[in-house]
Structure formats: C-alpha cells, structure tokens
Design a protein around this ligand. Sequence first.
Ligand SMILES: [Zn+2]
Length: 198
Amino acid sequence: MGDFFERIVDLEVTGEEAGPLAGRMVDWMADAGLITRETTRDAMYSLSVDVGYVPGPGWARAVADSSDASWIPGPVAVVVGRDHHVGGQGESEADSATCPRCATTTVIIDYPESWEADPEAWQPFLDGIEDWKETGTGVAPCPACGASSPVTDWEFGPGFALGALAFDFWGWPPLGTRFLADFRRRLGHRTQEQSGKF
Ligand SMILES: [Zn+2]
C-alpha cells in the first residue's frame, strides 16, 4: 500500500520558522525510534521533496493499529515551504471556503451537481494563495460580506490546507490519537490531518 498517505499539516508555522521546527520534529521522531535518520527515494510520492526518512523500529507506536500486515510503512517526508496540501486523490482545489469574518461558506465544488471547481468562485482564492506562497501574505475577498481576509484565516474544509510545514507518512496505517496529540503539542500549532492516495 505504498501510495497511500497519512499527512499532518501545520496550519500556523511561518515560512521562516518551518525549517528549524522541522529539524526538531525529526530529532524527536528519530530519538523515539519512529523514524531513522537514513533517507530513501523509494516509495516516495511527495510532490516537492525527493527523499523521506526510513521508518524506525518503533514505527508501530505511532499508529492506531499495526496488526494488519498488509501495511508496510514507507518513508516519512518532511515538506518545508508555504504550499497547499490536499487529501483524497489529488484534487487541487478546495470543496468550499468559509469566511473568517462572517462564517458564510462559499461553494467551490458543487457536489453532486459538479465534480470540478467553479473557476469563477475559485479564482480569487487561487490568486490569494499564489500571493501567499510567493510572499507570505495573500488575501481573498468574501462574496457575502465583502471583507478581504488572509487566505490562511479561511477554512477550506477537511481535505485542503495551507501550511509551511507538512509531514507525509507514505504507506503508514492511520496514525494513532495519542501520537497525533503528542505531535500537535510538540509543534505548538493547530494542524490538519489528511489521508489519501497518490
Ligand atoms: Zn464574509
């Protein structure tokens, strides 16, 4: 099951803090035996990094249930840099966007009428997200209340997240709640968990 992933996205870290924080998280996971410090290109599908850390002897402590032998955990990729992260099977748009000011949800993909993003609805978000990736700041206007808010304050639903640091666990079974809580505490930030298939 090498092309399935479990992912943790840090929703709050800045581009400048992401690298040092990534280093500390790798140190912690390696010291805990969840990963090794050895890297591999095998079974890696992350889009912006070529190598991931080989699982360590204690990898099973990070997952909810390690008894299903069909799961063979693969590398853990550390993705540093402002980017959007999508779960599921690689859609690159959000399903919806909820305004941080007025809480109105703008529909981007009108399931089940459509399985594709409405380009007119998505474009202002895409523009803001591109600005954020390039400069660290980007805004999108709300069609309902007219307020422009930072794209990182919008809520894009469970399968789409913006963040400057993400961890892709390739081929790992679903991560355990205790591990996730510990992971979030060590990041010190809000996170989004995603899973999907490349
Ligand atoms: Zn609004």
